[in-house]
Structures are given as C-alpha cells and as structure tokens.
Ligand binder design. Structure first.
Ligand SMILES: Nc1ncnc2c1ncn2[C@@H]1O[C@H](COP(=O)(O)OP(=O)(O)OP(=O)(O)O)[C@@H](O)[C@H]1O
Ligand SMILES: [Mg+2]
Length: 316
C-alpha cells in the first residue's frame, strides 16, 4: 500500500552487509519531493549500494525504505515503483550501433507511459546529435543520452549515479544545466557525486557519506556554516615592512595571523569593506586583498580528516 507524504524517499537505519564489508551502515534520511538531494562521498563510501537498494536493484540486509510512498520490501510495491522512477546507473551503457533517437525508442518501449522522443532529445540538448550512433558520441553526450533514457517514462524521481564523473569541466557544466532543468520541471533528483562543487552548485540537501555512514546532512550553506573553516580576508603587502604596517592598521579589528608578506583575518571579526576603508584611510600600500570562503571540501576534511578527492583523481 502506498503511503502519501511530502517526502519522495524515507529510509530508516538501512544496512547492507557483504561478506567482509558493511557497505551501508545504518543510513536514515529523508528526501523532500522536488528537491535535488546529493550523496557526496569518496570511492567505496556506499553511494551506489544505497541508490541501488532504493531502486530495487539490490536487496538490503536490514532497515526500512519507502520510495514515493512504496515499501521496497513488498514485491507489488516495487513493481509499481519501477514505473515511476528513472535511473542513470554509474556504469551506464546502451546499444552502441543505435542512434540517439533509436536508443530512446528502444527504452521507451519498456514502459506504458512515455514522454515524446523529441521532448527527451530537447531536454538534454541533443537535437543536433539525434541521428548519431551512440558509439560516436563523446563521453559527455553519452551521459546526457543516459539522462534522457532515465526520463523516458516521465518519472517523478530520478536517480543519477555519478552523472559527471570522467567528464571535462565544460561537459560537466552542461550536464549541471540539464539537471537544473529537471528540478525546474518539478522532478525529485537523487544524485551521487564525489565532486564537492557539483553538490554545492546543484543540491538543496547534501548528505556526506563516509564508510557507509552519513557524517553530515544539510544544505550546502548549513554544512559550510557548521563544519567549514571560517571565511578569511587575506591582505598582502609587498614587503615585511608593509606587512607590519598592515598588521598595525588592522589590529583594531581583532586578532589576526601573519605569514610571509600577508595578514590573515577571520571574517567573523571583520568585513572586507571595513578592511579596505581602514587601509585607504591610513594610506597603507597593500598589494592585494583576497577573500577565501570555506567549501564542502573543507567540511569533508574537517569531519573525516581525509580529502574528498582521492585515488580516482580528477580529470580537471
Ligand atoms: N556486490 C558486492 N560484493 C561485495 N562488496 C561490495 C559489493 N558491492 C559493493 N561492495 C563494497 O561495498 C562498499 C561500497 O561500495 P559502493 O559501490 O556502494 O561505493 P560507492 O560510494 O558507490 O563508490 P564509488 O565512488 O567508487 O562508486 C565498497 O567497499 C565495495 O567494495
Ligand atoms: Mg558508486
């Protein structure tokens, strides 16, 4: 039986154990309808395992999960659910020798409910490649076709497992625009990524996952506020003499750190306008001023003691 509520996904203490590993170690989360929810974590954190349990692809060891109100433990519920979700698997692949349009037709036939093929092509901006065979598309365009395939049944909820891994920065940004478009259409998007910038740009809510556990949950701004380092204003002088002058001038704003040629102030204590005003007033010959804001990378580092971008490296 379907439960109606404001959440697209609810999990309670979800666990998945393999022989030697606990891949998912007690995950409880709620995803609101219409939001972009990002699972941010490094290799092996348990992202794919969680997503595939929610899609009904893998079975869980224990815990509960309701997706679009359906209980994933119930076979009949799962059958209904599968009609209403779309998935882009991490290792997405499709018929190599079929064109973009032919592939979309092939996948559309799997469902009773369909979006028109032309609408799908337009949604992912593949109009000019509609007659191109899958194998001849760039990695970024292949992934975009994958997103279109995830949408053939006009799903309410879309799972995108690392939609931009391995793409160059431009292709990544183009994919971000497509994902933003899905949100504007009112879809709920559950995204996994190990790119903090992707989570920061796209997500309403981010769950940072590490070794099968959620270590932090909130909007990017909340997480940065709570777990990030402080904002900093860094004023550089051209010599240690000017640095001392900068230090003396700005000292009234509160304690600050000094390093070679520069003075660093936490913005909890000062605003950039005040800093500039003081320096101008005292005619201090500073060379430049930069502000540094903490990121989700910072949050991850502070919470786990590890860097987010690990072994897999980054193509940027
Ligand atoms: N079928 C399986 N059998 C045994 N162990 C598995 C299986 N699938 C996943 N694991 C293990 O579970 C852990 C979580 O894997 P998972 O693929 O969910 O992580 P992930 O966050 O998606 O990682 P990645 O960023 O590399 O995709 C890993 O240690 C992985 O080796
Ligand atoms: Mg994965």
């Amino acid at each position: 039986m379907k439960l109606e509520n404001e959440h697209a996904i609810i999990t309670e203490d979800l666990v998945k154990k393999y022989k030697n590993v606990v891949a998912v170690d007690g995950i409880s989360l709620k995803v609101k309808k219409g939001e972009v929810f990002a699972f941010l974590g490094p290799n092996g954190a348990g992202k794919t395992t969680t997503v595939e349990i929610l899609e009904g692809v893998r079975t869980k060891t224990s815990g509960k999960a309701y997706v679009l109100g359906y209980d994933i433990d119930k076979r009949q519920d799962l059958e209904q659910l599968k009609k209403k979700i779309g998935t882009l698997p991490q290792e997405f692949n499709t018929h190599q020798n079929l064109t973009v349009r032919e592939n979309l037709k092939f996948w559309s036939r799997m469902y009773a409910k369909n979006l028109p093929i032309d609408d799908l092509i337009a949604l992912v901006n593949l109009e000019e490649k509609a007659k191109e065979r899958y194998k001849n598309l760039s990695g970024g365009l292949q992934r975009r076709l994958g997103i279109a395939i995830a949408l053939v049944n006009d799903p309410e909820l879309v799972f995108l497992d690392e939609p931009t891994t391995g793409l160059d920065p431009r292709a990544r940004r183009e994919t971000w625009a497509v994902i933003e478009g899905l949100k504007q259409k009112g879809k709920t998007v559950f995204l996994t990524t190990h790119y903090m910038e992707e989570a920061e740009v796209l997500a309403d809510t981010v769950a940072i996952i590490h070794k099968g556990k959620i270590v932090a949950l909130g909007s990017p701004a909340e997480l940065i506020d709570k777990y990030g380092s402080e904002n900093k204003i860094i004023v550089r002088g051209s010599s240690s003499k000017t640095r001392d002058l900068i230090h003396r001038t700005l000292f009234q704003l509160g304690p600050m750190e000094t390093a070679e040629g520069e003075v660093m102030i936490s913005t909890k204590k000062a605003k950039i306008a005040e800093v500039i005003e003081l320096l101008e007033k005292e005619k201090v010959p500073y060379r430049d001023i930069i502000t540094q804001r903490p990121s989700l990378e910072d949050v991850f580092l502070n919470l786990t003691g590890e860097r987010l971008l690990g072994e897999r490296g980054d193509e940027d």
